[in-house]
Write a protein that binds this ligand. Structure first.
Ligand SMILES: [Fe+2]
Length: 189
């Protein structure tokens, strides 16, 4: 019988406990040391027992792996082939992800306010994430706006300091002038 997805296996719990202890030392320690902990954990036999993504068809999926009443939250995302996620920012605190398989292009961007809710976006850095690579989103160090593209079906594990259910997206508002407006959006559960 397949284990229930809320009853995490020992490997997942061991990784969770290390991540929880890092987070207790502060957000800086959490994102500096967390990715290596997660990368080592996913290479351990048995980590993926009962840990699966939800199949992604038209959009990404985001399934809970482990959460306790406080402490970090681990989620497993699946990205469909040739999928582009519009620029968005996470609000508040830093988080990270480690690629399990596939490939992600991540473009870090900066927004320049043109008028009320009108922004010009520019790519400041772009990275290619391959399996085992970590991506970090840190709003404490300047801009945390990023867009994501998955050329092929991709799975990634994400660790957040707390469980947020919304993000701030940048939606094209004036295609001729390449301008965007900010909108709050619901994250997929
Ligand atoms: Fe993001």
């Amino acid at each position: 019988m397949a284990p229930s997805r809320t009853a995490s296996n020992d490997r997942v719990r061991a990784a969770y406990e290390q991540l929880r202890d890092l987070l207790a030392q502060g957000d800086g320690t959490f994102i500096e040391e967390g990715p290596a902990i997660l990368r080592d954990a996913i290479e351990t036999d048995g980590f993926f027992d009962g840990v699966e993504t939800e199949h992604a068809e038209d959009s990404y999926t985001r399934r809970l792996v482990h959460r306790e009443s406080d402490g970090p939250v681990i989620r497993f995302m699946e990205w469909p082939p040739e999928y582009a996620l519009l620029p968005h920012e996470h609000h508040g605190r830093p988080c990270f992800e480690v690629l399990v398989d596939g490939q992600l292009f991540v473009a870090d961007m900066e927004a320049e306010k043109i008028a009320g809710n009108e922004y010009d976006l520019n790519v400041v850095e772009s990275t290619v994430c391959n399996p085992g690579d970590a991506g970090i989103v840190d709003p404490r160090t300047g801009s945390d706006i990023h867009a994501v593209y998955s050329p092929v079906r991709t799975r990634s594990l994400h660790v957040y300091p707390d469980d947020n259910h919304y993000g701030i997206g940048y939606v094209p508002s004036d295609e001729a002038n390449d301008l965007y407006r900010k909108e709050r959006f619901q994250l997929r559960e």
